[in-house]
Design a binder for this molecule. Structure first.
Ligand SMILES: [Zn+2]
Ligand SMILES: [Zn+2]
Ligand SMILES: [Zn+2]
Length: 142
């Protein structure tokens, strides 16, 4: 689990042209401290109910638009995870596989898995591709 300093968090915000606020720092820190994607409710719980729902939603929106987090394909509640690709404003480049664990119900971003190149039919312009695998994650396998 990665521990990040306050300076690193501020740095991430400024790289994405966001002003630092207490909420943003707090929310960002939680994303850095979890290896799996977080739903709004999980985030709220980890924040210790320190902020109201609207503030959290707004923060998530801002982060997604800025290219700090991306939405993860999920059957239930929307989940978000940190972007590791060089995403920026309105332009996400996360092309990785997502893994849904049927045991702990968490979703993981698998960055180092090769995604096969797909030949799309003529005249189809692809904007995003989501590949999701389902199974048992490394934490539950032991
Ligand atoms: Zn992204
Ligand atoms: Zn699991
Ligand atoms: Zn992801």
């Amino acid at each position: 689990m990665t521990k990040v300093s306050q300076e690193q968090l501020v740095d991430v915000l400024s790289k994405h042209q966001l002003r630092k606020t207490e909420t943003r720092i707090h929310v960002l820190n939680i994303f850095f401290n979890n290896e799996y994607a977080l739903a709004h409710s999980a985030l709220e719980k980890q924040l210790g109910n320190a902020y109201d729902r609207v503030t959290i939603y707004r923060t998530l929106n801002t982060f997604e638009e800025a290219g700090i987090i991306h939405q993860v394909p999920s059957s239930g509640e929307a989940k978000f995870a940190l972007c590791h690709a060089h995403c920026d404003h309105q332009h996400h480049q996360d092309q990785h596989l997502h893994f849904n664990c049927t045991n702990c119900k968490q979703t993981f971003c698998l960055e180092n898995v090769n995604i096969p190149t797909i030949d799309y039919p003529k005249n189809y312009e692809v904007h995003s591709l989501h590949i999701t695998a389902t199974g048992v994650c490394k934490n539950c396998k032991i």
